[in-house]
Structure formats: C-alpha cells, structure tokens
Design a protein around this ligand. Structure first.
Ligand code: AP5
Length: 298
C-alpha cells in the first residue's frame, strides 16, 4: 500500500514536470529542448525509477545502463537524481533510484563537488541555515549580502554607492555584484569542491551570468527557503540590523517579489528546485535541508 502511494506520487510528479515516457533519441547537443528544459535528465530519472521497480534488475546491473544512456555525462546523471529528490516524498522506490544514480555517478568518476544556490525572502533564515550546511558539506559559502557589507566598510567611493543601495533596501546593480562574486569564485577555484551561494542570484541577469561563469559545470540544485511575509517581518523587527527598519524591510520584500521570484521560475525549467518550509524552528529546517542535500551528493 505504501508502495502504491509512492508510485502514484511519482507518476503525478512526472506528469506535472513533463518527464518524457520515451527516450528522447532525437535530442542532440546539450539535450535541451526549446525553452531550456533538459529532456534527457528527466527521461533518465524515469528510467532509474523503472529499474528501481523491477526486482529482476539489481543496482549493479542498472547503474552501467544508466551511465550508458547518459552518455557518461555527470551533469545529466546528477540532474536526474535531483529531479527524483524534488519529485518524491522519501520512499523505498525513490531511495533505490537515487542510490542507483549515485552508483552510476561513482562509476563515471564524478568530481564529488556540490554546487548549490539558496534563495528566500529577507529573513527567511538563509544565513542561519547556509553557515551550518556549508560547514557540514565542507564547501565555501558565499553570501552576497555579507560580501557587499565588507565592501562598504572599506569606505571607498564604490563602497558608498553599495551602501546607499543597501540602506534603501534596493538591490545593488548587477554589474557591481557580479564583479565582486566573480572575483571570489575565481579565488576559491570554481571547479574545486563546489560552493554554496547564499542569496545569489537575485535577478535573472545574475542567474544567466552565473551559468556562464561556472560552465561547463552547473548548479546541482536550487533551494528555496519558503517563509511567510509576516514571519520575516517579525524576525527582522527583533534582529534590528541597519537595513531592518520597517520601510526598508518592506522594500526588500518587494524587491524579492519583483526580481527574485522570476529567478526561481527561470531555474524551475533547468535545475531541480527544492522547496523547504522555513517557517518552522531552525533545527527542524536544518534537519530537512541535510536530508535533501545528502540525497543529491554522491
Ligand atoms: P542580505 O544580507 O543577503 O539580506 P537578506 O536577503 O535581506 O536576508 P537577511 O540576511 O536579512 O536574512 P536571511 O534570510 O539570511 O536570514 P537570517 O539567517 O539572517 O542582503 C542585504 C542587501 O544586500 C540586499 O537588500 C541588497 O541590497 C544587497 N544584496 C545582497 N545580495 C544581492 C544580490 N545578489 N544582488 C543585488 N543586491 C544584493 O535570519 C534572520 C533572523 O531570523 C535572525 O535573527 C535569525 O536568528 C532568525 N531566524 C532564522 N531562522 C529562524 C527560524 N527558523 N526561526 C526563528 N528565527 C529564525
């Protein structure tokens, strides 16, 4: 019975997200169909689930077949795994499919790096959660909010411009943020162990530039910390950072809706987007984040 519910959930998710039922033989190049949707990784996710349901096929038999279908491409394998993490409530079939894809990734010799983006309204708990998560994963965390605050404490002309934007609660112009972040990513070696981006990208332009900056690598998953506006208003009232005044928080929330919600939509077609309810005690949120991120690591 539990299995039937899980199969129904997975079927529903695959319909909703347009996983093709037949292998997309005609898809060439980087396997992206019109609109940037990665068809091959979704088809691979369906295959992995099919193998998980078939008791006659062992994990050891299925993994090399998945490697072959993916053309030994780690990005396709990683994306397929993350689609399943996103689609399914944890259950034995999804767990088996995720395990097989992880084995396939080890067989192609993935670099083991994990590249994550964490987004959410101001006060959603991004900083709180990302510090813990990055430490656990052993990867550097880059918070553009913190990097920008470092810049304005240097009291340069550039810093003063940045500070004016932040104190108003408006976004700092893309070219300034990109210049700072690109420098930090280059210093830490983008292709190394991976990284966690806290509060970046906040505009579609930033997301597009990030894609180019890290190519041929790609973001493994985008995590949205979802929190109600009333909750963050209360949290920020209690914290009282310089930009936590009532008027500034209202503008930061409006900026999020106007500029960053479209980023989530932009990623939804390209990269698995994991939605985590941040409106709960911090420990509970941390526990769910750990479980979901562990499932997309090799
Ligand atoms: P930034 O510093 O990133 O601020 P923000 O996005 O507004 O987010 P906050 O730091 O306020 O909140 P958070 O989600 O990290 O939550 P936190 O863990 O701190 O950006 C500031 C400014 O920089 C922007 O307005 C913009 O001007 C500029 N900027 C930054 N990035 C940019 C970019 N990419 N492009 C352009 N401009 C950019 O938690 C908040 C509070 O809640 C804390 O007191 C915490 O203890 C508490 N809390 C956390 N979790 C919980 C929980 N689960 N339960 C109860 N309390 C909790």
């Amino acid at each position: 019975m539990a299995h039937e519910n899980e199969i129904e959930d997975l079927e529903e998710a695959s319909r909703r997200e347009g996983w093709p039922s037949a292998w997309p033989a005609a898809v060439a190049g980087d396997s992206r169909a019109a609109g940037g949707v990665d068809v091959r990784s979704r088809a691979l996710a369906r295959r992995a689930l099919g193998f998980a349901l078939d008791s006659a096929v062992s994990r050891e038999q299925a993994a090399p077949l998945l490697v072959q279908l993916a053309g030994a491409d780690t990005r396709t394998l990683k994306l397929a795994r993350a689609w399943i993490v996103r689609a399914a409530s944890p259950g034995p079939i999804a767990a088996a499919a995720i395990g097989t894809l992880s084995l396939a990734l080890r067989q192609v010799g993935t670099d083991g790096a994990v590249r994550l983006v964490v987004l959410g309204r101001p006060g959603a708990g991004k900083g709180t959660q990302c510090i813990d998560l990055a430490r656990r994963l052993g990867i550097p965390r880059f918070s553009t909010g913190e990097l920008l605050r470092e810049v304005f404490t240097q009291q340069t002309c550039f810093g003063a411009k940045v500070q004016a934007h932040m104190n108003r609660g408006s976004l700092v112009p893309d070219r300034l943020v990109l210049r700072i972040l690109a420098g930090r990513l280059a210093e830490s070696g983008v292709t190394g162990r991976g990284f966690l981006l806290d509060g970046f990208p906040r505009t579609v332009e930033q997301a597009e530039k990030l894609d180019t900056l890290i190519a041929p690598k790609a973001i493994d998953a985008v995590i949205e910390l979802a929190v109600r506006a009333e909750t963050v208003i209360e949290r920020l009232r209690l914290r009282a950072r310089d930009d936590d005044t009532e008027a500034t928080v209202a503008r930061r929330l409006a900026e999020y809706d106007r500029n960053t919600v479209p980023v989530l939509a932009w990623y939804a077609a390209r990269t698995p987007l994991l939605r985590v309810d941040g409106d709960r005690p911090a420990d509970w949120v941390a526990m769910e984040l750990r479980q979901r991120v562990d499932a997309i690591r090799t």
